[in-house]
Design a protein around this ligand. Sequence first.
Ligand SMILES: [Zn+2]
Length: 215
Amino acid sequence: MNVKTPAPLAAAPVTTHRPSRAEAEAAVRTLLLWAGDDPDREGLVDTPARVVRAYEEFFAGYDTDPVEMLARTFEETDGYDEMVLLRDIRLESHCEHHMVPIIGRAHVAYLPHKRVVGISKLARVVEAYAKRLQIQEKLTAQIANTINEVLQPKGVAVVIEAAHQCMTTRGIHKPGVSMVTSRMLGAFRDDPTTRREFLAMISMGGTAARVADEA
Ligand SMILES: [Zn+2]
C-alpha cells in the first residue's frame, strides 16, 4: 500500500464570507414570503431550519477534497491492467443556474497504470463534485480530470446521463429528456477498441451508441 500526497489541484473553493445559520434561515424566510405564503403559519414555521439542513446535505461537496479521497492507492495488483469500471452510480446534483435537482447516473472507468484505488473512492469522487452547484459538462470533466491527475492511469472515461429539473418542471417543461455527457482521456480517447469495450460494458443501449458516435 502506498500513501501518496499529490498537489491540491481540486480543493474546494474558498468562500470569502460564509453567512451564519440564522442568516441562511432568514434568507429562506424571505423566499417563502416572495412565493406568496406566510412563513409564520404552522406548516412553515420550521421550514427555514429544515431547508438549511437540507442544503448542508445537498452541498456537502464544498467541504470535501476529492484529491485526498484518491490519494490512498494500492500497488499490489498482481499485474492487473484491465479496465476498472464502476457502473450506474446514482447521481444527485443541483443546477447552478436554477438550484434545482439534476438526477441521473454516472459511469466511471479507468485503465490502471501500476496503481489502483478502492472502488468506493470512485463513487465518492462523483459525490464530492455532484454535491455542489454544477453544470453537467463541468461535473463530468472534473471527475475525469481528477482521477486522471491523481491516479495517472492509462486512461479515464466518465459518462453521465441525467435529467435536469430546470427542464422538466419549469421553463421548456420536457419530462423524459435526459442529457448525456462524456469525457474520455488517454486510451479511452485514443484507442477505439478500448472505448468500444467501455461503452459495451456500460451497456446503455442507445446512449452508448450515441456517445460512440460523438467521441
Ligand atoms: Zn438549470
